[in-house]
Ligand binder design. Structure first.
Ligand code: ADP
Ligand code: MG
Length: 254
């Protein structure tokens, strides 16, 4: 059963940047306004995300990495109106099958933080009380340690790092109220990359294609990582984009 889950996990998480995407979405779903990401070897050795969001309640920590554990879907009808990124409860479970995963978290209601490690979807060892700030810190170590083919095919830390920059940059642009920091582990923290400043160049272009849709008109059940979604009323959307671009071009020419 672990092998099957591991293969499925490897399909959802193709490279460190995919894992990071899921973790960033969880932080945003938890209303974080500050997200600090630290990586080592392009995320293959070490990938950590620290947020200042709601935290995970102590009594949920033992099940949080089990498949289909989600706090984001209360009833089937909710599927019609999903406005959070997550809802399948598969991301943490998947990551826990193919890495060493540790969660340190504190809610505002708790007096102290709690730390727990996971393996194959399950809690590994006891949950320990410790010091920590409100929010959640998730550390993913040795990603793909048990998926040897993948480990061999992803050899370039530099390439993985550039995928990570791309992911962080994308979320930074679309969430301007959230501070994003990307650091390389072990390097002088003064030279931390401030993603915000590196992506400013692209903002103008990306804004052109910023689509805001009623969540009821998007079917997110097409692809497990939401890499693809199905737009209902696709024709109308395309028409709308066309007329926006035409209007823009006209105003540029006049
Ligand atoms: P999903 O996002 O689809 O619910 P995940 O496996 O990504 O599933 O996460 C499982 C659950 O863990 C979430 O529903 C949420 O309750 C909790 N969780 C994960 N990451 C965070 C975070 N950074 N802050 C608060 N809660 C989190
Ligand atoms: Mg999620």
């Amino acid at each position: 059963e672990n092998v099957v889950n591991r293969i499925a996990a490897g399909e959802i998480v193709q490279r460190p940047a995919n894992a990071l995407k899921e973790l960033i979405e969880n932080s945003l779903d938890a209303n974080a306004t500050n997200i600090i990401i630290t990586v080592k070897a392009g995320g293959l050795k070490y990938l950590q995300i620290q947020d200042n969001g709601t935290g995970i309640r102590h009594d949920n920590l033992d099940i949080v990495c089990e498949r289909f554990t989600t706090s984001k879907l209360q009833q089937y009808e909710d599927l019609q109106e999903i406005s959070t990124y997550g809802f399948r409860g598969e991301a943490l479970a998947s990551i826990s099958y193919i890495s060493h995963l540790t969660i340190l978290t504190k809610t505002a209601a708790d007096k102290c933080a709690y730390k727990a490690s996971y393996e194959n979807g399950k809690l590994k060892g006891p949950i320990k009380a410790c010091a920590g700030n409100n929010g959640t810190q998730i550390t993913v170590e040795d990603l793909f340690y048990n998926v040897l083919a993948r480990k061999k095919s992803l050899r370039s830390a530099t390439e993985e790092y550039s995928h990570i920059m791309e992911v962080v940059g994308g979320y930074a642009i679309h969430n301007s109220h959230v501070g994003f920091t990307l650091k390389k582990f072990g390097e002088n923290t003064d030279i931390k990359t401030s993603i915000k400043s590196t992506v400013v160049e692209n903002i103008r272009i990306l804004k052109l294609f910023f689509l805001k849709l009623d969540p009821r008109n998007v079917d997110v059940n097409v692809h497990p990582t939401k890499h693809e979604v199905q737009f209902l009323y696709e024709e109308q959307i395309i028409d709308k984009i066309k007329s926006c671009i035409e209007a823009k071009l006209l105003s540029c020419n006049s």
